[in-house]
Design a protein around this ligand. Structure first.
Ligand SMILES: [Zn+2]
Length: 126
């Protein structure tokens, strides 16, 4: 018996990348190092930046450029900026939804009035 296991490799054809991103670098608070380790907040003990917080990789070391190293304060500023954008987007969406609801409420009110008038007419006619 010849079991020909033929894993038909489906070729991904012309995958769109969903627009061009401005930056490849991750903004905001990092969660993981590129090596897969979870990012941890540490305190700098260098003379240049004493007591300054940074995100680092447990596998990283001073002068190691491969593993994650980024100042926490800079990343927090980015995170806050991004959240501000997100909040203003949500506020805009919320006011649009509120306007929709207000419009629908008016329609419902109008419909109720029309139903009321129709009923009254029925009653007066009958
Ligand atoms: Zn790492």
């Amino acid at each position: 018996m010849s079991t020909s296991a033929n894993p038909s490799s489906s070729t991904v054809s012309g995958g769109r990348n969903g627009g061009s991103r401005r930056r490849e670098k991750q903004r905001g608070l990092p969660k993981f190092c590129r090596c897969g380790e979870e990012a941890t907040i540490k305190t700098s003990e260098t003379a240049k930046n004493p007591g300054r917080l940074f995100y680092g990789c447990p596998n990283g070391s001073e002068g190691d450029k491969y593993h994650l190293f980024t100042w926490t304060d800079e990343r927090v500023v980015e995170e806050v900026e991004d959240l501000k954008c997100l909040v203003s987007d949500l506020e805009a969406e919320l006011s649009a939804v509120k306007a929709d609801v207000a419009g629908l409420e008016k329609q419902v009110e109008h419909s109720m009035v029309m139903i009321g008038i129709a009923r009254n007419r029925c009653c007066t006619i009958l």
